[in-house]
Ligand binder design. Structure first.
Ligand code: ZN
Length: 282
């Protein structure tokens, strides 16, 4: 299934994308797509709904983040060998874990706002993993059973705040609008192999990032297992799994986003995002 939430911010309704790519309203089946719907019983209920009998949604409504009520927004740093190299740091021996503030989460096509005074706002296309059931000290072989689905994420990052304002990254990762998620939450049965997905990101139509999840240093199963040894993962938690090479920080000279830029990005089977970059507004 490709699950979505559509409508104005804060007023999103649950929906799904049918086999013809049409948007269908799920609000007669479930009140929302959130932690209550992401476990095996919740997904089974959604699976029973016959898409052809759900109301068709006309027009082109905005998409919100496909999961409401994300409790933790966990991020993995330097998880692609080439990206570690362009960042000028060694390949990590263990996953680098940091947090993005949940207040940065937004829809996939909502504008990205430069933080006040920012000169180093950067892009990162990433595979997002949405947790469906409680996971605590799970072994790798059982880790993927806790995954409700996958989504495209742009791990927008302010490099000065991240790297020049202290030893830990969170300051540059959780600014408002820095967490576009979606358009779809795609359940694992639709993905033949999550470690073989092409991913890309363009700025103003120019290809900046082109990668594939096969070059992750730590794969999805490892990451879910690993993080679950440090914190209990709960339904609706999101793990964003790192970015391939081609970020602005790695360019010579480094190149960052400015007002009016348009960022487009996508992952095979998971859909596409589009964000216009806008100036700071209080
Ligand atoms: Zn990242």
């Amino acid at each position: 299934m490709k699950l979505v939430r559509y409508g104005n911010p804060g007023k999103e309704k649950p929906g799904l994308i049918d086999a013809d790519g049409k948007l269908r309203d799920l609000s007669g089946v479930v009140p929302d797509i959130g932690p209550q719907q992401l476990g095996a019983p919740g997904l089974a209920k959604l699976r029973k709904a016959n898409p052809a009998r759900l109301p068709l949604v006309r027009g082109k409504p905005r998409f919100g983040c496909p999961v409401n009520g994300v409790g933790k927004f966990i991020a993995i740093g330097l998880n692609y060998a080439d990206h570690a190299a362009e960042s000028g740091v060694p390949i990590p021996k263990e996953p680098v874990v940091f947090m993005k503030a949940t207040s940065c989460i937004q829809g996939p096509n909502d504008p990205v706002m430069l933080p006040r005074g920012s000169t180093k706002t950067d892009w990162e296309v990433e595979l997002g993993v949405v947790i469906g059931s409680r996971a605590r000290y799970v072994p790798m072989v059982k880790a993927l059973a806790h995954v409700a689905g996958y989504a495209v994420i742009n791990d927008v990052s302010e490099r000065e705040y991240q790297l020049e304002r202290g030893p830990q990254w969170d300051k540059g990762k959780g600014c408002d609008t820095f967490g576009p998620i979606g358009p779809w939450l795609v359940t694992p049965d639709e993905i033949a192999n999550v470690q073989r997905l092409d991913m890309w990101l363009d700025v103003n139509g120019q290809r900046m990032q082109a990668g594939n999840t096969r070059t992750m240093i730590f794969n999805v199963a490892k990451l879910v297992s690993y993080v679950s040894h440090f914190m209990t993962l709960l339904p609706g938690d999101v793990i964003t799994t790192g970015t391939p090479p081609g970020v602005g920080l790695g360019m010579k000279p480094p190149t960052y986003l400015k007002k009016g830029d348009v960022v487009t990005l996508g992952i095979e089977g998971l859909g596409e995002q589009r964000q216009e970059v806008v100036a700071f507004k209080a």
